[in-house]
Design a protein around this ligand. Structure first.
Ligand code: CP
Length: 310
């Protein structure tokens, strides 16, 4: 019997395809509870610790909503200014302390590998909510869930990943997962922000897929069933002007969408800045606010499975 009880979720690579399918199927069952139409006490008496060393709106609040919808409680911090890290305490001692107060830890930290380190230190399960430019596995789970909801399947779809494919951790996690589920990948980025060679090799060697790569936004989008766009990760650039220049060139507009398939769906992990024309928000193709909701049932399913209550 497949079980995720007690597991750390640090990279999407930590999960087999069947385990991802279990999470997505369980998330379907969570939807009425996530919407507040039904009530659950599955995690009554349990505490989730949310340690956010980097800004977040969706990930932190949807984990909070997920735990509360499951009947559990949440404690944590956002920013280190009011914690003892401001006095020089290190991450190791912070984790050793927090693991004694809660049952599952969710961590977002700017350093790649920090979530893995936290998992090695903690005896309680650790979920990576984003470590630098590395991985954001729960975003990938909700992205897969959204595609399945919107399109009814993942296999065989042409999914265009558009934007900063070098620094956006959501893109690295998602590209591997989409290949695992049999999607055809088109990778569209400004020059210099292409997907890292290690991810491309993994997609080819492990899943037998060779993504189509281009710097031409128009050509790349024409066959897409799903457009997954992310912002240029300006905070990871030394030259902020260069980041802004690239962002202006990689923008989705109604004019560009008029060249795409009628039923194309647009996803975005959010936050968005200027990479989507505001007129697109009102179009039927825009699915990114539905996507933010799906973070709740997916994270409910994950927390319940890791706790062994589901
Ligand atoms: N998608 C995502 O990670 O959003 P936040 O940065 O707001 O958590």
């Amino acid at each position: 019997m497949m079980s995720l009880k007690g597991r750390d979720i640090i990279s999407i690579r930590d999960l087999k395809k069947e385990e991802i399918e279990l999470i997505l199927d369980s998330a379907e069952k969570m939807e009425p509870y996530a919407r507040g139409e039904k009530f659950l006490k599955l995690m009554e008496g349990k505490i989730l610790g949310t340690l956010f060393f980097e800004p977040s709106t969706r990930t932190r609040l949807s984990f909070t909503a997920a735990m509360q919808r499951l009947g559990g409680q949440v404690m944590g911090f956002s920013g280190t200014g009011i914690t003892s890290m401001a006095k020089g305490e290190n991450l190791t001692d912070t984790i050793r302390t927090v693991e004694r107060y809660c049952d599952i830890i969710v961590i977002r930290h700017p350093l790649e590998g920090s979530a893995r380190l936290a998992a090695e230190i903690s005896s309680k399960p650790v979920i990576n909510a984003g470590d630098g430019a590395n991985q954001h596995p729960t975003q990938t789970l909700l992205d897969l869930y959204t595609i399945r909801k919107v399109k009814g399947k993942i296999k065989g779809l042409n999914v265009a990943l558009l934007g900063d494919l070098k620094y956006a951790r959501t893109m690295r996690s998602l590209a591997c997962a989409l290949a695992m589920f049999g999607a055809e990948l088109t990778l569209i980025s400004p020059r210099g922000l292409e997907m890292a060679p290690d991810i491309l090799s993994e997609i080819e060697n492990r899943y037998g897929k060779k993504p189509y790569q281009t710097n031409d936004i128009d050509a790349g989008l024409r066959k897409a069933d799903v457009i997954y766009i992310c912002r240029i990760q300006k905070e990871r650039f030394e030259d902020k002007y260069e980041a802004e220049r690239m962002q202006k060139a990689f923008r989705i507009t109604p004019e560009i969408l008029s060249q795409c398939k009628d039923e194309v769906a647009i996803l975005h992990p959010l936050p968005k800045v200027t990479e989507i024309d505001p007129r697109v928000d009102e179009m039927k193709a825009a699915k990114y606010f539905d996507q933010t909701f799906y973070g709740v049932p997916v994270r409910m399913a994950l927390l319940a499975l890791i706790s062994g209550v589901m």
